[in-house]
Design a protein. Structure first.
Length: 513
């Protein structure tokens, strides 16, 4: 069946049922472009329990979360409101010199061991979150964990597991399009790669900033979220069963380098949650993940096996430093179109050889994507990136038209047209604009450019209308999260080691008989 035939079988009601949500990470940075070392602002509530404001790896790294929305505009509106509360909270005396860092690659970082880990209180689940982060620091270094991005959570009614995994296979094949169009991290502060082999080049006279001239997303290249240990996993996305079996093996198989780190240090403090290749499911890095909302105490892998895939999580989007909240509604619309294309196009099973080639394509696009004539691998043969991307965008035209017909207006057609225009003018891409602005206005300084973008976004968000009722509601939600954390702490009955062993027990990953 062709893509057009599959599209015709998608009713307007199903397209109207498409939903999306955002998880957006941002470092708190000082006005001089260095990492804020202050604790998570108490006025924002408890990171353990707040539904919209938590922290990611570091105490200095906020994660802002929207609910599920029927339109990109509604999603962007909520993300903006959460940002408004955050920036107003940062105006308090203890945080007055802080703003949200506008870029994916971090601000100026202190020595690795002094980057603060996220703290979640004294409950067992709170301690587990902090110990997990301690393990990430030991395994990959804390600097890598300070990279920030946007996760796009997407669902369409009526999809089964096989359809979700067909979508995922095609997404992995074609994700280079998103890296090329929306990558915005072609440069880094030199503090991020201090002491590492990196192959980057200075930009202008500023030795404190490094870049690659045709890079799109260093965040998604070998300097970003990468793991040699995880590279050994031959993860197949041909079925939920095969994916789950691979993940279970990584979650239960001892990994000698991590056994050397040890579960605890000589003082008895925990170094990590486990000595297996993955401590928990979230440690598995990937461009995209199959997801399911979990129940209290449930393992994510068990939830997937028990009740199937509910939505997918796109994980390859950089923060756009030219947008106040890191992403535009037009970008969301293009992702919607792109995901439908991944769903509707033919999706043959993956193979180990193809998976290896896709990894090479990702790294070439991340580091050299705008290089004229860049060639990728497709079905064992060379193909120019721009030619392949052009074919995909052309195939997206009827999908954009169907979405506009179902939802009204022409916003999806405009989002696709913008992508096609960018394909013909790579100098307009975010990655090219970042380097151009750095060189033109900031003497090649990544820190200076991102400081300016961060300050501009902060002013924009501060100047937006914000009522006393909105402030009161946000403060009440923050206080409710603190009360909920205290309730969880008071309800604990197990000691932490017993809790840890029970949560990580292999039987918790299996489907109930």
């Amino acid at each position: 069946m062709s893509l057009a035939d599959r599209l015709r079988r998608l009713s307007a009601a199903r397209l109207q049922g498409m939903r999306r949500g955002i998880e957006k990470e941002s470092l708190r940075a000082l006005s001089d472009g260095t990492l804020a070392s202050t604790p998570h602002p108490a006025a924002l509530g408890a990171p353990l329990t707040h539904p919209h404001i938590t922290t990611d790896f570091s105490e200095s790294q906020l994660e802002l979360i929207t609910g599920v929305h029927a339109t990109p505009d509604a999603c962007l509106d909520e993300l903006t409101r959460v940002h408004q509360f955050v920036v107003r909270t940062l105006a308090q005396p203890a945080h007055r010199d802080e703003s949200l860092w506008a870029g994916s690659m971090p601000c100026g970082l202190p020595p690795d061991e002094t980057i603060p880990l996220g703290r979640y209180g004294s409950s067992n689940i709170g301690r587990a979150k902090s110990v997990y982060r301690m393990g990430l620091g030991h395994r990959y270094g804390r600097r890598m964990q300070t990279i920030s991005g946007i996760h796009y959570n997407w669902s369409l009614p009526g999809l089964g597991n096989d359809e979700h995994f067909a979508l995922i296979r095609n997404f992995r094949r074609h994700a280079f399009v998103l890296l090329w169009l929306f990558g915005a991290s072609p440069a880094v502060c030199a503090s991020f790669v201090a002491g590492r082999e990196h192959g980057l080049q200075p930009l202008g006279a500023d030795a404190g900033s490094l870049h690659l001239p045709h890079a799109t997303s260093l965040r998604m290249g070998r300097l970003g979220y990468q793991s040699e240990a995880q590279a050994s996993l031959a993860v197949s996305y041909n079925s939920l069963e095969r994916y789950a079996a691979t993940l279970q093996d990584a979650l239960t198989r001892p990994y000698p380098p991590y056994e050397k780190i040890g579960l605890r240090n000589l003082g008895g403090e925990y170094n990590q949650l486990a000595t297996t290749l993955l401590q928990i499911e979230n440690e598995f890095y990937g461009l995209i993940r199959p997801k399911r909302v979990i129940r209290s105490g449930e393992r994510p892998l068990h939830a997937l096996r028990e009740r199937g895939v509910e939505y997918i999580e796109v994980r390859c989007m950089d923060l756009d430093p030219f947008e106040p909240v890191g992403i535009a509604a037009g970008t969301m619309r293009f992702i919607d179109i792109f995901l439908l294309h991944c769903l509707l196009a033919d999706s043959p099973p993956d193979t180990p050889a193809e998976i290896a080639a896709l990894g090479r394509n990702q790294h070439h696009t991340a580091t050299h994507g705008r290089e004229p004539g860049l060639v990728l691998e497709r079905d064992g043969a060379p193909v120019r990136l721009v030619d392949w991307a052009g074919e995909i965008l052309a195939d997206c035209a009827p999908i954009a038209a169907a979405l506009d017909d179902a939802l009204g207006g022409g916003a999806y057609g405009r989002a696709l047209a913008a992508a096609q225009a960018a394909l013909a003018a790579p100098q307009t891409l975010p990655s090219a604009r970042v380097l151009a602005a750095m060189g033109r206005d900031f003497a090649g300084s990544h820190i200076a450019f991102m400081r300016a973008q961060s300050a501009q976004a902060h002013r924009h968000l501060t100047d937006l209308p914000w009522s006393a009722a909105q402030q009161a509601a946000a403060e009440a939600q923050a206080q409710a999260s603190i009360a909920e954390q205290r309730r969880i702490e008071a309800a604990d009955t197990l000691d932490f080691e017993s809790f840890r062993q029970a949560y990580l027990a292999p039987e918790g990953l299996a489907v109930a008989a």
